[in-house]
Design a protein around this ligand. Sequence first.
Ligand code: OAD
Length: 236
Amino acid sequence: MNAIRNIVILTGAGISAESGIDTFRGGGGLWEQHRVEDVATPEAFARDPELVLRFYDMRRAAIQEKQPNPAHFALAKLDREWPGDLLIVTQNVDDLHERAGGRRVLHMHGEHLNAWCTACDERSRWTGPLIDRPACPGCGEAALRPDVVWFGEMPYRMEEIYAAMRDAHLFVSIGTSGAVYPAAGFVRDARSLRARTLELNLERSHGSGWFDETRLGPASELVPAWVEEMLAGNAN
Ligand code: OAD
């Protein structure tokens, strides 16, 4: 019998690594190549908007060249076929979950393919550059910024995430180092709400000790295998 009905899945940069998108930490990670304080804070944007816009323009262009990998496709299959509640909370700003067919996806750190107008507060889908200061399609002001949560800013849609966590029987963390809060604290929240907790990652994350179970390996192998287990009703 499968006692699990409602699932919350947290994903991080590790799930997109095999699609060729750099992770943030570790050898060759994005934060080794760029200082967070130079490109990923509101202060950096105020100080040197050109540098920040150029950095995000490059990232926005790069992700559009990448393709979802078997881990994204497996989660999309689970999303389609799982009869209970399911929410994929992603820290990733790429759109690979959606391009694989995922529907119940929440981007807590924003999205590369959105621009946010600081004049009228509207969000627009945006695939091109922002460096040339284009006008906001809503209000016409040249006040667009990347719709990405920077350090010191509040992640998006936290109430929805906690509402899903309260009902979850299983919390699964995939491809995240557990270094950035509040996402890094979800495993403890899930435990205190008596959900089962499972980690799928290349190596042990910072919060690994909090999980009931950890499986180590590449997401492209671990995630499809876990999804098949879930759909076959073999989860415990
Ligand atoms: P990190 O770069 O901190 O961690 C990526 C994790 O994925 C590491 O634990 C790797 O071991 C693991 N990993 C790498 N390749 C993998 C693979 N093929 N399969 C499975 N796991 C793999 O990225 P995040 O934890 O996502 O925030 O980082 C969290 C936040 O920090 C990001 O959303 C971003 C960043 O600063 C903001 O920009 C606000």
